[in-house]
Design a protein around this ligand. Structure first.
Ligand SMILES: [Zn+2]
Length: 263
């Protein structure tokens, strides 16, 4: 099994993912460009077995139409995406799985917050969790916004319950390339974060088109403020001292999410 992380070059810096099983079956997660996605699968000498949309926003579904027209493959989505994602015809509840090959499966997890029709996909390989496709829920060094059909308190619950609990080695595959921006946010509110500083240096030399990069959960716990709610190094601005003193995880999360909206 191979995971191909494809930086689409879209204005919103979307990633599309290809999960190719050892029998040559490919699943496409969040196709930005249908034609380009089909071409990529062809280059892998694989056959398209399905499209999976993490959620209903247009930039995660816009490639569906072309792919379905040319391959007639199923489109998987969250049950609440019914009627919102035109092409979706298989709806995955929390815990439901797709078999990729004889040693690889994808499991849907219900992850409301960015929207209420959002699922993430846990990648099991040889019985072990190797990665998670996070759509617009968890980003490298950040979390999704809640502007278009979401709710910050729900996002907090999802991050606490579904992502804080993942093992350190698990690889994070986000829906967008926001790492550079998010590192700036981390360093603004946790200026002493040395890991974020070294990632910022590394970021400058990443060639997104040819060798895109991502992080593990262990790395996220070092550079993502939304996973570092109890860090003493986080300095909230004037007006948020109450949060600073009480160090309540939820309040800190909501304050950071609010600050990120205006950053
Ligand atoms: Zn979205």
């Amino acid at each position: 099994m191979r995971v191909i992380q494809h930086y689409t070059g879209s204005k919103l810096r979307n990633f599309t993912y290809f999960i190719v099983g050892n029998q040559g079956h490919a699943f496409i997660v969040d196709p930005w460009d249908g034609e380009e996605s089909l071409e990529k699968v062809k280059q892998e000498s694989a056959l398209v077995k399905g499209v999976i949309n993490t959620h209903e926003h247009w930039d995660h579904t816009r490639g569906n139409e072309v792919i379905v027209k040319k391959t007639d493959c199923p489109v998987y989505a969250h049950p609440r995406a019914k009627g919102k994602v035109k092409e979706a015809d298989v709806f995955m509840n929390d815990g439901e799985k797709i078999v990729i090959d004889n040693e690889t499966e994808l499991m849907a997890i219900d992850t409301p917050g960015h929207t209420f029709a959002h699922l993430c996909l846990i990648l099991f390989h040889q019985g072990r969790i190797e990665g998670v496709f996070t759509g617009d829920t968890l980003f490298n060094a950040g979390v999704g916004n809640c502007h278009n059909g979401g709710d910050p308190e729900t996002l907090f619950q999802t991050i606490e319950e579904k992502f804080q609990t993942l093992d350190d080695h698990v690889r994070v595959y986000p829906g967008h390339e926001y790492l550079g921006n998010n590192l700036g946010f981390t360093l603004k509110y946790e200026p002493g974060n040395e890991e974020a500083k070294s990632w910022q240096k590394k970021y400058e030399s990443i060639d997104w088109e040819n060798s895109p990069q991502t992080t593990t959960i262990a790395e996220e716990k070092k550079i993502n403020l939304f996973l570092r709610l109890e860090s003493n190094g986080i300095q909230l601005p004037i007006g948020h001292e109450a949060t600073q003193v009480s160090r309540d995880r939820k309040n800190t999360f909501l304050t950071l999410r609010e600050l990120r909206n205006h950053w």
